[in-house]
Design a protein around this ligand. Structure first.
Ligand SMILES: [Zn+2]
Length: 227
């Protein structure tokens, strides 16, 4: 084998490896991000991107001036193939999904003073190693005006899985399950979660943020699922 052909093989195997590590999680085409441009463009968008949670007197009632509800923003509809993208992010180690989501989501959000990821109970966190909502929040703050600080809340008790519970069951399951120790006096805070279903967890965390002094609460998630 000549020097040049062996060099050629080395370069080819290097390119092959980098393509494998830099491939789209849906179609496996070469991609610099977690998804190729074509698959990213094909993801079902959530329309409208903004909705109001907890309005019309739905429990839990939130104390504070805008007790009418929490504006929640989502980018994708939790349907094929966006569901596989979210699962790839949460369980497949595709952290790059959060970066793609954050770059597209941030321009649609209002200015905020702080960002709070949906807390995970410390035992679940120890089991998983990282909180997906915190990975999302970190990606998001880099795109938000003024780079608002990330503030951690905590989940004060283990809760049953929300899947399989009806709306009332979900609200009861997470009631008073969150606490925010940082002072949020007068702040507009942005809560971050991966998938929005009934919004029960976000409303419970919103109540904790209000109890810590937040004047206004907005929420954002990657995808919107129907309950
Ligand atoms: Zn693709």
């Amino acid at each position: 084998m000549s020097m040049s052909s062996s060099l050629h093989l080395t370069i080819c195997s290097f390119i092959g490896r980098s393509w494998l590590s830099g491939s789209c999680l849906l179609c496996v085409a070469a991609s610099r991000g977690a998804l190729c441009e074509a698959c990213l463009a094909d993801l079902p968008e959530q329309v409208p991107a903004e909705e109001v949670l907890g309005a019309n007197g739905e429990a839990p009632r939130l104390p504070g001036p805008d007790a009418a509800g929490v504006s929640a923003y989502t980018l994708w509809r939790y349907a094929e193939p966006a569901d596989r993208v979210v699962l790839g992010f949460k369980y497949g180690g595709h952290a790059g999904v959060a970066r793609l989501w954050a770059a597209r989501m941030a321009p649609r959000l209002p200015a905020v003073d702080a960002v709070i990821p949906m807390p995970m109970h410390r035992l679940r966190l120890a089991e998983r190693g990282e909180n997906p909502a915190e990975v999302m929040a970190k990606s998001l703050t880099a795109h938000l005006p003024g780079r608002p600080p990330l503030i951690r809340g905590c989940k004060t008790r283990m809760t049953a899985r929300q899947q399989g519970l009806d709306r009332e069951g979900r609200l009861a399951n997470v009631a008073d399950a969150y606490r925010v120790d940082a002072g949020l006096s007068g702040m507009h805070v942005l809560l971050v979660d991966d998938v929005l279903t009934t919004g029960a967890s976000l409303l419970a965390l919103a109540a904790a943020a209000r109890a810590a002094g937040a004047a206004k609460v907005t929420a954002v998630a990657m995808a919107r699922a129907t309950a």
